[in-house]
Design a binder for this molecule. Structure first.
Ligand code: SF4
Ligand code: ZN
Ligand code: ZN
Length: 311
């Protein structure tokens, strides 16, 4: 259902006003003006933070910033809500994409006057294109491993108490759908908006997990947030994009499907899966970071990269 011509903001109406609505949220059956949309978004984020006990105003939060709409919208909302949130950007060395996204992340940090920490993957290991060539692993799988590792290590060493990422409802639903198709129990067991701190891993949270991609893009647009509008070149052909398209078709016909699929998983399925025992974490014998194996996956990848460099 689209926004009707001349539709009025429902919140303004309740308060005796008559502002024109600029957005209609079909699965919430809400038409809102600019100001009420922005406050609706921020309230929804805050409600999620409180409901899942993600963090409080005393926490030092590190936001994983990619330069995209979700991470910047999240950072903006957290700053506005009064949380102590700084940014962390990893320069992956992916040509123009990394240059553009880094610039946008830096500009945004200046705009909201918050610190942005930058880690250069080329200095730590090598760029993603180099790593992909040396290890023969799909770019996104290596990239995800490095991002998780350095994000956690940096945040912990710098004294942050929680890491916040900009995963939105569409991301979560696409991953949930993929993992359900494969019945990948190990992944399903970890799919929750909060991963608690344990064995050297900091607490990780997803405050946008009930915000759709469109809602987050609208929030960025209304707040004049400049974000990277094209995708990373490696994202092409990712199965999650196909799932997103499929799920969006379903959502168009049946508004609320995505939210229901996700929230019912959290309410009904997750507790059942979570009853099972966990694998024991140990420490990587090379770098000392938490790992499920003797040598962690980052150190294994690093060995492959340095081997390829010496050949
Ligand atoms: Fe990394 Fe893949 Fe995302 Fe590009 S699309 S930033 S390679 S995870
Ligand atoms: Zn209004
Ligand atoms: Zn290691």
């Amino acid at each position: 259902m689209k926004l009707k011509k001349n539709a009025r903001c429902q919140i303004c109406k309740q308060k005796g006003g008559n502002k024109k609505a600029i957005i209609f949220l079909p699965h919430h059956r809400l038409a809102l003006c600019k100001d009420h949309y922005i406050s609706w978004f921020e309230k929804r984020v805050e409600k999620t933070i409180k409901e899942f006990k993600m963090f409080s105003k005393d926490d030092r939060i590190l936001v994983a910033v990619s330069g995209g709409k979700d991470s910047l919208s999240l950072w903006n909302a957290l700053a506005k809500l009064g949380y102590n949130a700084d940014g962390f950007y990893i320069n992956l060395g992916i040509d123009q994409y990394s240059q553009d996204s880094k610039l946008l992340a830096e500009q945004f940090a200046k705009k909201i006057n918050r610190p942005l920490h930058i880690l250069d993957l080329s200095k730590e290991v090598a760029s993603i294109p180099e790593i992909t060539k040396a290890t023969n692993r799909p770019a996104c799988s290596a990239c995800g491993t490095f991002k998780r590792y350095y994000m956690n290590k940096f945040a912990r060493d710098a004294g942050y108490s929680v890491i916040a990422t900009g995963h939105n409802l569409d991301d979560e639903v696409a991953v949930l759908f993929g993992n359900t198709l494969k019945w990948d129990i190990d992944y399903l067991k970890r799919q929750y908006p909060v991963l608690k701190e344990e064995n050297g891993f900091l607490k990780k949270v997803k405050p946008l997990c009930r915000i759709t991609e469109k809602e987050s893009a609208m929030y960025a647009f209304l707040n004049n947030i400049e974000y990277i509008e094209y995708e990373c070149p490696y994202s092409e052909g990712a199965s999650s994009i196909e799932y997103k398209e499929l799920l969006s078709k379903l959502e168009e016909k049946h508004p609320g499907t995505k939210l229901q699929f996700y929230t019912n998983f959290l309410k009904k399925m997750y507790p059942l899966l979570h009853k099972e025992e966990k694998k024991d974490l140990t420490k990587c014998k090379i770098c000392g970071e938490p790992s499920f194996q003797e040598v962690c996956s980052v150190c294994k990848l690093k060995q492959q990269v340095s081997k390829a460099k010496t050949v």
